[in-house]
Design a protein around this ligand. Structure first.
Ligand code: SF4
Length: 368
């Protein structure tokens, strides 16, 4: 079995460690490019969600590299995520590709199917000890990739030479692909954060703080959101991203809880009481959390035509008014252009700077 999977942030780094131990040879798709998007857009229904189109492009590129099996996460309503895998499977069949499509649903919705999927993944031959060890190492690596990006986006606006920061991040991700045990993991982790700590920074800055909210794929996949975190960092902004694959998985798996999600849902309750699919509630709750933490602004990233985010957008507009927090809504799909998006983000940052100056002036006038 040669399996491929869709790209999402640095998930591939963890999967590359996990699957070989489970006896599955993996064929990662090449990094997402314009070609990946064009393949997906050409084959998918025109009104399909943008992430579905890009991941379809990943599958075709993975198959072209020799994959004969596809692993894809499943989902349930009320949005279109539950149909993703089914439609992709039918499209691949119609195209004449002879591949085994494994749709992995959360065990919360049925242990029987999850167990079958797991056996398919492991080729029905597995040692519980090896699996436990591989899962725990891959989980640590996944958490590390998110911690790495968290530090990356929070210090980028302060480091004197961001290219050196890029080198540290890229090297750490590359090293993590080849670690074999927990000892190597700890060593790489410590060295990486030490290197980040040692980068010369400009500590006199008082940067603007902007939070990112929105749909998981667009908010997390830098090759699709035009590298939003790095763009904001280059404009001198300290960035936080409320969307996390780790938190998504804690929510997806049984016997685990995502406290961050629970907190966001609680905050959102006065505005939105029902689950609307995807990250709709999280978008509302995280926007409120950023307002309460004194952030200067929020950027809302979502796929054009995304139903849960369309609901959230209307509510976030109210939250923005109630908390006096500027929010920039950016819908991204295959028609989005980098130049237009960069201009809008630059203009937004200008507005945030002006607001901060005005607030400072006002405080001086009233003598505080
Ligand atoms: S969350 Fe939005 S983009 Fe994702 S499947 Fe649902 S409707 Fe589509």
């Amino acid at each position: 079995m040669k399996a491929t999977f869709p790209h999402l942030a640095h998930l591939d780094v963890a999967l590359q460690l996990l699957y070989p131990v489970l006896g599955v040879e993996i064929v990662p798709p090449p990094p997402i490019t314009q070609k990946t998007i064009e393949i997906g857009v050409k084959l998918a229904p025109q009104n399909a969600c943008f992430p579905m189109k890009v991941t379809l492009g990943n599958f075709i590129e993975g198959i072209e590299r020799g994959a004969d099996t596809i692993f894809m996460a499943g989902g349930v309503g009320p949005c279109r995520f539950g149909y993703y895998g089914q439609i992709q499977r039918i499209i691949l069949e119609d195209m004449g590709y002879d591949v085994h499509f494994v749709l992995i649903d959360s065990p919360r919705y049925g242990w029987g199917k999850f167990w079958n999927d797991f056996c398919t993944m492991t080729g029905h031959q597995f040692s519980p000890f090896k699996i436990k060890n591989a899962v725990s190492l891959a989980w640590k690596v996944l958490r590390f990739t998110e911690d790495l990006e968290r530090v990356n986006r929070s210090i980028r606006c302060r480091v004197k030479d961001p290219r050196r920061l890029d080198v540290v991040v890229e090297r750490a991700l590359e090293r993590m692909r080849y670690i074999t045990d927990h000892f190597q993991f700890e060593e790489t982790r410590k060295e990486t954060f030490q290197e980040m700590d040692n980068l010369p920074t400009n500590d006199m800055l008082d940067p603007l703080k902007v939070g990112i909210v929105g749909e998981i794929y667009i908010a997390q996949e830098a090759r699709i959101n035009f590298n939003m975190e790095r763009l904001l960092g280059s404009l001198g902004v300290m960035v936080d991203n409320s969307v996390s694959i780790v938190e998504y998985m804690l929510h997806f798996l049984p016997f685990t809880r995502s406290r961050e999600k629970e907190e966001a849902w609680k905050l959102a309750r006065p505005y939105l009481k029902r689950f609307v699919g995807g990250e709709g509630i999280d978008t509302v709750g995280s926007t409120i959390r950023y307002a309460q933490k004194g952030y200067d602004g929020v950027i809302h990233l979502y796929p054009f035509t995304c139903m849960p985010e369309a609901v959230a957008k209307g509510i976030v507009t109210r939250v923005s008014r109630d908390y006096d927090l500027p929010v920039l809504h950016l819908a991204i799909d295959e028609h989005a252009g980098e130049a237009g998006l960069v201009t809008r983000v630059e203009a937004f940052v200008d507005v945030l700077e002006m607001r901060r100056k005005e607030r400072k002036k006002h405080l001086e006038v009233v003598g505080r």
